[in-house]
Design a protein around this ligand. Sequence first.
Ligand SMILES: Nc1ncnc2c1ncn2[C@@H]1O[C@H](COP(=O)(O)OP(=O)(O)O)[C@@H](O)[C@H]1O
Ligand SMILES: [Mg+2]
Length: 588
Amino acid sequence: MKDAVIHWISGPVMRATVNRPFKINEAVLVGEKKLLGEVVRLHNDEITVQMYEDASGLRPGDPVAGEGNPLSVRLGPGILGNIFDGLLRSLDGEGRDFLYPGQELPEPPVFNFKPLVEVGQIIKGGDPFGQVRTRPKPAKTQPCLVPPDKGGEVISIKERGDYTDIETICTLSSSSGEEQELAMSHDWPVRTPRPVAERLSIGPPLLTGQRILDCLFPTARGGKAMVPGGFGTGKTVLLETVAKWCNADVIIYLGCGERGNEMAGVLDEFPHLEDPVTKRPLMERMVVIANTSNMPVAAREASIYTGVTVAEYFRDQGLHVALMADSTSRWAEALREVSGRLGELPGEAGYPAYLSTRLAEFYERASRVRTLSDKGGSLTIIGAVSPPSSDFSEPVTIHTKRYVRNFWALDRKRAQARFYPAIDPLISYSEDAADLAKWWQKQGAPNWDEHRRRFLTILEEQTRLERMARILGKDSLPPKQQLVLMLADLVNEAFLRQSAFSEKDRFASPKKQTKMMSMLDGFMDMAQKAVEAGVGVEDITALPEVRRLQRMGEEISEDEMESFDQLHSALTTAFSGLLSNVQEGDGV
Ligand SMILES: Nc1ncnc2c1ncn2[C@@H]1O[C@H](COP(=O)(O)OP(=O)(O)O)[C@@H](O)[C@H]1O
Ligand SMILES: [Mg+2]
């Protein structure tokens, strides 16, 4: 007898009459083609199913088969370095097309396995029972973890050799005597966070090499940040830049329903990028999950859970993982569309009332942890949000803001002026900065926090003074205030502006960043003293050294740190010159 029979279909949602009990969130296979779906509602003898594959061929009367398990993904050694759809099915085939509905999974991959435990040993969930060589030269391995919900005494384990990632290579006997079979891969339900031994407070910074992020609005490993910005303000470029340069061990890049051609850019570009640290392909430590808007809407809705589950899997290996989601607004739109099909009561802007809960559940999975096998790991989440017409008061922006600690707002005006990254320093913020100041102190930058506050204060003042200048005219401002305007320009031009495409400046090490901060701080002190002594602001602006200061990011590369000290000496000399000029003037 069929488990259930379809009687109603509306786009990606269908209802079926059941002949046996189903569970909520149970995965189902629908129709002759065995299309994947998930039970989202139970009502008497009826289930409502959201389809993850194109349901256009389905008809009333078609069978529905229950899988018994919630929607899960297969986590194993075949993931790293590859490109998948939102349900973690490989897109690496010919033409990178997504799988056609109901397509059988390809042959399971084969890996060289080496056991790490012996018969009789007791192992628990999260422990590595073997390792897999994922690359021969230079050798690279990945641990095979006991799934978090398993563990016991090792009854048998295969010798070193080649096996597929789904065959049983180890058997355990649990404390209750139940036999468990382990393979290199295991299934995990995407909507269930993977357990850890302990959640820790946030850790050292996730360094990005981008000055405005690392120095003004830093995020910690295990932290969560959002990047709201209208169309074309640079969200994708910023996320890609962070993916390329940040100091995470593994990057999960989730392209969530942006236009198909944009995702094609990511798919074309990433496989050719070089890892700036290892000089090997960056893809070797990346996973790309691509869900363009031409894929079924419900698969898009599932993809952020797939992405975060994969990220947790690597975190559980004791690694630092960064997940970039571009864009969570497309995910929220998928949620809205499915909710509409389910006939749910729409809330703000048509989004379902549970939008906020879902966002909370997603960002909550960012964490710094002690893993089940007692290792340190972290998962940092960075989500782009694309509010329609840059309106930051729309629901996805508002609700996401409640759950993240760092807010990197992209500003249309800055982007239009081609000032990149177009992060607005006045409305952006970081709740991690105070904690991270200690880290910078330990790196030999005791003044990091003080410099950071000084820059932010000057930028704040700039807005106020510019408003006054518009009313009164710039020349009527007292010299001290004119100086603040000049210094604010300098912070913007010399420090915050940083092209993702400049060979020398696209990445700045912590050392270069702190050198630049100190340079500017020293300049500000000298300039303030000079103005107090009667030097005109225009004379300071006219100094050729100020030109050099403005371009120091572009002109001084990582291996020329001594140039900063030379520039500092040049500035000191130039200021002495200005000061002696005014003193001579006084004498006359
Ligand atoms: N950091 C940057 N450096 C240089 N150019 C940038 C930068 N960020 C954005 N741009 C320019 O802006 C364009 C649009 O950026 P994109 O990231 O695609 O916007 P969004 O994803 O917000 O729609 C890019 O194609 C690029 O030309
Ligand atoms: Mg984009």
